[in-house]
Design a protein around this ligand. Structure first.
Ligand code: IDP
Ligand code: MG
Length: 136
């Protein structure tokens, strides 16, 4: 168990002015924001981030969605952070997400689902490094 995870508040949530509400939920749920940055992903950044999905039929749509506008990348800290954040965001498809989860409350669709969360400690470290390691 690691106490850090990586999150993205995706372009759909920023576009619909839900960025502040989601940050508020993060803080109310006692995550510490160690690092956060508003970025607009390049195609190569999004393709690299989602490389594991490159053979999936939704890959190109997903990449163009992730590059469609600003998103916020965040490094979050809390005991058992990966599991805690995944349970707060809910299932990938908002129609299957539990009540009270971020995706249930904010997501438009399975693709435009408002937030990302790392799925393992190993991937959390990789994803934090992917977006934050070259910071000054
Ligand atoms: P996760 O974000 O819940 O971990 P993944 O299966 O890792 O879900 O998929 C990564 C992202 O790809 C999802 O958050 C969603 O934006 C998009 N995605 C996943 N499955 C589909 C699909 O069937 N259609 C369209 N987009 C999808
Ligand atoms: Mg995933």
């Amino acid at each position: 168990m690691q106490n850090k995870t990586f999150a993205i508040i995706k372009p759909d949530a920023v576009e619909s002015n839900n960025l502040g509400k989601i940050i508020d939920i993060i803080i109310k749920n006692e995550f510490t924001i160690l690092n956060a940055r508003l970025i607009t992903m390049s195609v190569s950044q999004a393709e690299g981030f989602y490389a594991i999905h490159k053979e999936r039929p939704f890959f190109h749509d997903l990449v163009s969605f992730m590059c469609s506008g600003p998103c916020m990348v965040l490094e979050l800290e809390k005991p058992n952070a990966v599991k805690e954040w995944r349970s707060l965001i809910g299932s990938t498809d908002p129609n299957e997400a539990d009540d009270g989860t971020i995706r249930k409350d904010f997501a438009e669709s399975k693709e435009r689902n408002s937030v990302h969360g790392s799925d393992s400690d190993e991937n959390a470290s990789i994803e934090i490094n992917y977006f934050f390691k070259n910071e000054i």
